[in-house]
Design a protein around this ligand. Sequence first.
Ligand code: ASP
Length: 593
Amino acid sequence: MLRTHTCGELTIKDVGKKVTLCGWLQRSRDLGGMTFTDLRDRYGITQLVFNMETNSSLCEQARKLGREFVINVSGEVAERSNKNLKMPTGEIEIIVDSLAVMNESKTPPFTIDENTDGGEDLRMKYRYLDIRRNPVKDALLLRARLAAETRNYLNSKKFIEVETPVLIKSTPEGARDFVVPSRMNPGEFYALPQSPQTFKQLLMVAGLDRYYQLVKCFRDEDLRADRQPEFTQIDCEMSFVEQEDILNTFEGLICHLFKSVKGIDVPEIPRMSFSDAMLYYGNDKPDIRFEMKINEIKSTEPNSPLLWRGAGGEAFKVFHDAEVVLAICVKGSSEYTRKQLDELTEWVKRPQLGATGLVYAKWNTDGSLKSSVDKFYSTDDLKKWFEHCRGQQGDLILILAGEKNKTRKAMSELRLEMGNRLGVRNKDEYKALWVYDFPLLEWNEDSKRWHAMHHPFTSPKPEDIPLLEKNPGEVRANAYDLVINGTEIGGGSIRIHNKELQSQVFGILGFTQEEAQNQFGFLMNAFEFGAPPHGGIAFGFDRLCSLFGGSDSIRDYIAFPKNNSGRDVMIESPSSISKEQLKELGIHLSQKG
Ligand code: ASP
């Protein structure tokens, strides 16, 4: 070893020891006769002292070192007179008696410190320098810790880690495939797996019983802060289980991760059906850190209250014409000013939400009631709204009206925004939720076909199978998602393990028998050789890391991420390939760039 200790481990107990350290020079301070230098490695920072009086040539040498030089120093551990109790090594320093430069460094393009002056692009280009910074390094350490604890838990439950191939045939997870040309099979292409879905099912047919893999998946989608073209899943599958067994097993994993990595005890994870999630929260991944449920004042659903019509029978035209009228009650916000409400109205009218307007009602602290539709509704009508939304004096009701799906979606966004404004979406508070009973299929207007809501291998609920032919939209699936703080962290399903049912579902999804056989024949054939009942789940590992680390971006937890255009600006990829390579692959480009 070139060192006796790391830069993070020497403390007051080591005073007097002769040590050798290696690391990067973080910064130097010349104070008259002394030079103080911070030496950094992955483990921490140790202060070095060079003394002009006792060793002037060494001190001169130290003064010439530049930032990020790699050095090797030997010396004695001494107690500091000026202690920094915030650092583990802050009570000691090294009185250096020998120094060697192991490598020089150009001046780095940004400061390598807790807070840096480097912009995002520059830091991505020099990601290896950015990783030297504590916040980035700590994110990678957190990721490694989560991976290790995931393996610990799953190994302890008799799951076995199996690697599945990366050069495969398309897996239908609903995104576009990345494809790779095959030189040996001209004109043919591999697809990179959107997930190892079919392989893990085949491993169940193979009798492995419990499988997992921390695996790279590839989806060619438009990117957002929480998406990368290649990302990692904790992918799992189990045989001879029902939905309940899977929920319990993986609730165990989540509780283990929270406990072992963050020291948090997660109580039993509540469950909510997809239809309740949509009804009360307007989306299938509700953030349940706060209540603020959506209430219907008018809707086409049976039994929904018709509070949109005032006691006098009069009706506000917008409500009259709307398919749904939805309300949320914002606690303690009756003080909202006209200006704030106008601003909120503009917010809901943005094209992303597309609401036509916002109606409000306030129950002021002095007991009076006021709304933006006072012309149509009496105080008693407004009180009914408050009663219906479980509102009280001091609260504010916000109402959106319009077409069902669009209005629900907009209301869901408004609810989250009001949660932000009330400060009830605290990053350090974790609320997990299972959402279950998803519809098996959803209608796609563009292709005028049914699409699988999860993927085509998901099993319908046995009691809903008779609906498959006549009323496919009503069929519920044995599918579930794990949602934490309003983010989908994982999802899975009980699978179809019977050839006839699988081929019926392919049929409903618009595959001809021949197409289904071409694309998924290998799986359907396998089902003829004693496929056990099975099911599984996959967790978005990068998202889980960002959730644990309290950041909105998964990029922070990926050593070498891609930017918003799917580019790695450090290695400059994707890039063009040589004419020879193209020729070898039998590819002709019609245009470049
Ligand atoms: N393959 C699925 C996905 O990537 C997960 C699963 O069904 O297990 O979402």
